[in-house]
Design a protein around this ligand. Structure first.
Ligand code: SAM
Ligand code: SF4
Ligand code: SF4
Length: 367
């Protein structure tokens, strides 16, 4: 069984101390605001915010039950960023050029009063504010999230076959409730809903075409995601990945597709539309067709660390700055300096061996 790196160890490491020194030095620099680019010319545009490391599912590819069991230590409450701290950081990120905010986790709808955070973030102005959820609590919360200012929602659903889905979420959660949540989100005005399906070889590839068939013509957009080697607990192997090309060919054989242009540079999903006008699907080929070249995403962990790549091994502690009285200018300087030195391109250099390098878990860093 792979070992999970205790956060406490990561915190104590010399790498972490070096990162902390970097953040502090950067905060002292000259005032920086506006667009900032990294070493590969990529601007900072998107911020994914993990609002909790907890989840009510135990998806086999994300939080396997054997590791995330009753003995697993989740972050204590005092370690979490407060809504005020998240909003303050988000404002500073927007000042640095961020235009898209996504709330995620863990399961973001488990965070109490999440609508209040949505409302606070929506007041930041002209930003695209979205949320990714497993849907378990969405049917109830969709209207209040919409009222609070959420613009769109992404719902994860790995199969329409009930037995397969229950096996994958590993808490016996039924498909019907997620479908009802998608309907509720659409009824509340959060449409089109994006529906994320992680495809794992030998587990749910038989669900690829039924999923396309079900959502074709609904206005919702299924996004097929190649299974990734995030974290250190899911026992990823390259053989478990169903390549994007295979997914497209399977759908196209029954429901003819044609490529569609990206909506904007850096869009994660490759777009395909049905030739008969029945809508579109997206393919997120992070393993077989890496898109690091255009990656404009930063991630803020539940406890306020900034990660410049989903596969990073350590993050930059922004919470320390928030809690030691640093001003917005100093925090903005730190963020700009961190982004300027960014050189991440993990998916371009991934091999079976890099997959074994310890990385932070997706539920903590935010998917
Ligand atoms: N709990 C929420 C959910 O499941 O939608 C939000 C957090 S989850 C980490 C965000 C997204 O990451 C989900 O769509 C999930 O399916 C995807 N994900 C998790 N582990 C993955 C993996 N190993 N490979 C690819 N996608 C993964
Ligand atoms: Fe929870 Fe989402 Fe991870 Fe599934 S993918 S275990 S729902 S955080
Ligand atoms: Fe971005 Fe890192 Fe993913 Fe590449 S591997 S697309 S740099 S998050």
């Amino acid at each position: 069984m792979p070992t999970i790196i205790p956060l406490a160890d990561a915190r104590a490491s010399s790498q972490r101390e070096a990162l902390d020194r970097f953040v502090r030095a950067a905060a002292q620099g000259a005032r920086a605001s506006g667009a900032v680019a990294d070493t590969r010319g990529r601007p900072l545009r998107d911020l994914r915010i993990s609002v909790t490391d907890r989840c009510n599912f135990r998806c086999v590819y994300c939080m396997p039950k054997e590791i995330y069991d009753a003995d697993h230590e989740f972050l204590p409450r005092a370690e979490l960023l407060t809504f005020e701290e998240i909003t303050r950081l988000a404002r500073i990120f927007v000042d640095q050029g961020v235009t898209k905010l996504r709330l995620t986790g863990g399961e973001p709808l488990l965070r109490r009063n999440i609508e209040r955070l949505v409302e606070m973030l929506a007041r930041l102005g002209n930003i695209d504010l979205t949320l990714t959820t497993n849907g378990a609590l969405l049917a109830k919360k969709a209207p209040s999230l919409r009222d609070a200012g959420l613009t769109r929602v992404t719902v994860s659903l790995d199969s329409l076959d009930d037995a397969t889905f229950r096996r994958m979420n590993d808490v016996d959660f039924p498909v019907a409730k997620v479908l009802a949540a998608i309907d509720a989100a659409a009824a509340a005005g959060l449409a089109p809903v994006k529906v994320n399906m992680v495809v794992k070889r030998g587990t749910n590839e038989a669900s690829i075409v039924p999923m396309a068939r079900h959502f074709k013509g609904s206005g919702h957009i299924v996004r097929y995601i190649e299974y990734m080697d995030v974290g250190a607990t899911n026992g990823w192997r390259m053989d478990d990945v169903v390549p994007a090309g295979e997914i497209v060919r399977a759908i196209d054989a029954e429901l003819p597709l044609e490529p569609a242009d990206p909506n904007y540079t850096g869009e994660v999903a490759e777009r395909w539309r049905y030739r008969d006008g029945g809508g579109e699907i997206g393919i997120i080929a992070s393993v077989t067709q890496a898109f690091c070249r255009d990656c404009t995403r930063a991630r803020l962990s539940t406890d306020g660390k900034l990660y410049t790549c989903l596969f990073a091994t350590a993050g930059f502690d922004l919470r320390a700055l928030l809690r030691d009285g640093s001003g917005d200018g100093a925090i903005g300087n730190a963020i700009a300096a961190i982004w300027r030195q960014r050189a991440d391109r993990y998916s371009e250099i991934r091999t079976e061996n890099t997959a074994r390098v310890p990385k932070v878990e997706m539920s903590y860093i935010g998917g």
